[in-house]
Design a protein around this ligand. Structure first.
Ligand SMILES: Cc1cc2nc3c(=O)[nH]c(=O)nc-3n(C[C@H](O)[C@H](O)[C@H](O)COP(=O)(O)OP(=O)(O)OC[C@H]3O[C@@H](n4cnc5c(N)ncnc54)[C@H](O)[C@@H]3O)c2cc1C
Ligand code: FES
Length: 313
C-alpha cells in the first residue's frame, strides 16, 4: 500500500480539488484539502508543513484560503524542486500523508482609518490572498498590488479583484498590466497619497520584499539596507513574510533562524520564523543574512533535482 493510499484509508487530508493556475515546468497548483481542525483555527499569515511521502522532505506552505464551514483549506504551490514536483503528482482523490498546522503567528488584521497596501509577488500572491480578504471583510480600503515576471505566471487576479478596493497589476516584461516591478506602483501610491497609508504588507521573493522596504524607508536610501543605521518610529509600518529554510516548524531545529534588529537593545536578535513569524517588521530584517542562509543548500538541491534521490531533504 502506498503512503497516499494509507492516508486516504484513514481519510487524512484528502485532496478534494486540484486546479492548475499556471501550466509548465514551473507550474502553480491549487489544492483544496479536507482539514477541518486546521480550517477552524487558521488565520491570515499562518502556514502548514506537509509531507507527501514517508521519505519526503517537509514543505512549508501558506494557508492561502480557509473555509471553516466546509472544513477545508487551500494550498497554492509552485513547482521548484524535488518535493514540490512530487506534490504535483497528487490528484483530487489522493491524500497528503501528513499536514501540521496552523503554524506561525497570525498577522494582526484590524480596521484602519487609512488605506492599507497589500503586495504580492509571484507565488507570494497566494499568501497575500487571506490577508486581503480579512482586511476587506473588516471594511478596510485595500489597495492590492500584484506582479509576476510575465502574464503566464500571474495568479489569482480575479479572486483578488473581487475583494480589493483598488488593484494594480504589473509584469516585469510588460506582457500584461503595467511594465515593471510592483515597487514602481508602490512608489506612485506613496507619492500620490502622502501621509494617507496606514500600513504596507508585502509577500514575495526576498529581493522584492527588500526593495519594498527600501522604497518605504525613503527614496535614495542606501543600496544595502541596514536597519541598524536608521530608525524612524513614524514610518509607515511595513510587514514582510519571510521564507527561510524550515525543517520542523516548531522552533526546535533552528533551521528557520533569522536576524531581526531589536531597536530597544540596539542589536540583532535571532528569531525563529516558524514560531515568531513568518511575518516581521520589514525595517528590522537582516535581508543580506537571510539571503546567505537560503542559498546554503543550493548544491544539494541541484543534486536532488538531477537524480531524484531526495538528497536535498
Ligand atoms: C512560511 C513559508 C511559507 C511558504 N509558502 C509557500 C506557498 O504558499 N507556496 C509556495 O509555492 N511556496 C511556499 N513556500 C516555499 C516552499 O516551501 C518551497 O518552495 C518548497 O519547500 C521547495 O521545495 P522543493 O523540494 O520542491 O525545492 P528545493 O529544490 O528543495 O528548493 C528550491 C528552493 O526552495 C526554497 N526552499 C526549499 N526548501 C525549503 C523549505 N523547507 N523552506 C523554505 N524554503 C525552502 C529554497 O529557496 C530553495 O532554493 C513557503 C516557504 C515558507 C518558509
Ligand atoms: S523550522 Fe525548525 S526552528 Fe523553525
Amino acid at each position: 500500500m502506498s503512503d497516499t493510499e494509507g492516508a486516504l484509508k484513514g481519510k487524512n487530508y484528502a485532496i478534494l480539488k486540484k486546479r492548475t493556475l499556471v501550466e509548465g515546468e514551473d507550474a502553480i497548483l491549487e489544492y483544496v484539502v479536507d482539514a477541518p481542525l486546521i480550517a477552524r483555527h487558521a488565520q491570515a499569515g499562518q502556514f502548514v508543513i506537509l509531507r507527501t511521502a514517508n521519505e519526503g522532505e517537509r514543505i512549508p506552505l501558506t494557508i492561502a484560503a480557509y473555509d471553516r464551514e466546509a472544513g477545508t483549506i487551500a494550498l497554492i504551490v509552485q513547482i521548484v524542486g524535488l518535493s514540490t514536483r512530487k506534490m504535483a503528482e497528487l490528484e483530487a482523490g489522493d491524500a497528503i500523508l501528513d499536514l501540521l498546522g496552523p503554524l506561525g503567528t497570525p498577522i494582526e488584521v484590524r480596521r484602519h482609518e487609512k488605506p492599507v497596501v497589500c503586495m504580492g509577488g509571484g507565488v507570494g500572491i497566494a499568501p497575500i490572498w487571506p490577508k486581503v480578504k480579512e482586511l476587506y471583510d473588516l471594511g478596510n480600503h485595500v489597495i492590492t498590488i500584484i506582479g509576476a515576471r510575465t502574464k503566464r505566471l500571474l495568479i489569482l487576479e480575479e479572486e483578488l479583484r473581487a475583494i480589493s478596493t483598488e488593484i494594480h497589476v504589473t509584469t516585469d516584461d510588460g506582457s500584461y498590466g503595467r511594465k515593471g516591478f510592483v515597487t514602481g506602483v508602490l512608489h506612485d501610491v506613496l507619492e500620490q497619497r502622502e501621509g494617507e497609508i496606514a500600513e504596507v504588507i508585502a509577500v514575495g521573493p526576498l529581493p522584492m520584499m527588500e526593495a519594498v522596504v527600501k522604497e518605504m524607508a525613503g527614496k535614495g536610501f542606501r543600496d544595502a539596507y541596514d536597519p541598524s543605521l536608521e530608525y524612524d518610529p513614524s514610518r509607515i509600518p511595513c510587514i514582510v513574510s519571510l521564507n527561510p529554510i524550515m525543517v520542523d516548524g516548531t522552533g526546535m531545529c533552528g533551521g528557520c533562524r533569522v536576524s531581526i534588529w531589536d531597536h530597544a537593545k540596539g542589536e540583532y536578535q535571532a528569531r525563529f520564523s516558524c514560531v515568531d513569524g513568518p511575518a516581521f517588521d520589514g525595517y528590522a530584517v537582516d535581508f543580506a543574512g537571510l539571503n546567505r542562509r537560503n542559498r546554503q543548500y543550493i548544491s544539494q538541491e541541484r543534486v536532488a533535482r538531477r537524480d531524484g534521490s531526495g538528497a536535498g531533504a
